[in-house]
Design a protein around this ligand. Sequence first.
Ligand code: NOJ
Length: 558
Amino acid sequence: MKITDTGDLWWKNAVIYCLDVETYQDSDGDGTGDLTGLAQRIDHLAELGVTCLWLMPFYPTADRDDGYDVTDHYGVDPRLGTHGDLVELIRTARDRGIRVIADLVVNHTSDKHPWFKAARRSKDNPFRDYYVWRSEPPPDTSEEVVFPDQESSIWELDEQTGEYYLHRFYRHQPDLNVANPKVRDEIVKAIGFWLELGLSGFRVDAVPFFMETLGAAESEAEQFGDPHDHLRAIRSFISRRAGSAVLLGEVNLPYEEQLEYFGDGQGDELTMMFDFIGNQAMYLALARRDAGPLVDALRARPEIPPDAQWATFVRNHDELTLDKLSTEERDEVFAAFGAQDEHQLYGRGLRRRLPPMLDGDPRRMRLVYSLLFALPGTPTLFYGEEIGMGENLDVPGRLAVRTPMQWSADRHAGFSPAAPSRLPSPLTTGGFGPEHVNVADQRRDPDSLLTFVRTLVARYRESPELGWAPVEVLEQPHGSVLALWSEVDGEAVVTLHNLGPDAVVVPVDLTRAPGCERLADLLGEGQVEVDRDVVDVTLEGYGYRWLRVVTARSRRLP
Ligand code: NOJ
């Protein structure tokens, strides 16, 4: 591949950074983070090397699910700023080479959305069919709820009209009826609006639920046809309006099923999907100090359309779900990284960030982030990961990991000068609190995690093979080691990660790289001399190396 290809298919080796405007930086002292504050922090993201900023929902909201309960798909939550502030942010980000994408939450609305308020007024209201209703009492759906601590059914009785409406998530989030063509028109209109304002795409919330026609009238569902046509129509609309805009989908399903959402070989549906399976396998591998589960997951990854891409991640804004592991495997991860009840959520996930899970062990933290950037795909960071922020378990549920960004050791971590009661969430305290973990201390410290992550980002960006290459796991004798060969068109990088505590010597077979003169150490100073077909590379306990295969034909930065 030519380096210029990376400018076209920009998402294939992007560095994505997810944040919630509300908890990032308060510019006017009212206690809530805002778009102007975020714009002031754009150079933190630029220095880190972020190329794509993912904004969690910034729309007007009833705020019962942290913005994922939208009341106006065209608006900006006034607490966060105005459309003008958003455009200024997008423009400033673009100046720094950063694209902006945002959550597209169209599986459901808030029950305070004017559509739903109208829909529940009467059975013949013109908006009634924007949502999904049933008149018969629903069967037991307690096994299907997403938030079992709050809900016991996916249907809720609307007292006024005596019918039940569908809600895949909380009961205050009624599902939209995508089988209704009017709803589909509304969705693309909103998409078009934000593209016009400068967004480069969307993180699409809850895609499988969004596409389903459960509960829709039979005739309507029949007319709707294949739900994948609906996703195809959205992709094609986006491509017409903004050629390089992306759809990054949340589809937590087994690989084979995910494949359908890429557009089954055609690549005409989602551009990207999060690799939930790989993420869960990574935690199992870390818990066991054995690369096996990760190797299995990587090998099970199906081939995807050439322009599509996986988004890899260590942590996101929800619970760290382990739902695709077996009960025994999940218990192993719980035992290793969150044995107490307060660490766990919904019986399937963890509500901790990585550093506390690893007891702050800097070697293992670096190992994991090195691994993130070395895995084939596009790394996605959740704000605060770059400095090693922890969670606050006193904050309920999933919100434990959504505490304010820690800029400095000053009052409220430099996030806001407001009174504590006005902050969106308490800060993290203890060993991972702002006195110990903050941007200001780490910015100019050559040994900090922030500096390390910056280096990973820079080397990843210079080595597009890492993002683009198909998975190739190298055979070698150590169970604790993941050895990957990332090669595209003759340019190759070998990455080695040792998940175990003991030093190992990894034999790397270079017969596949004729003409290899040396292996340049991309993360360190050194290089490995190549005098034989198989070279021995030493890894410390929890060690990692990225080695570029240098030949006379190499065009990449050494
Ligand atoms: C998935 C989002 O990631 C989560 O935060 C949200 O609560 C649900 N979808 C409902 O929108």
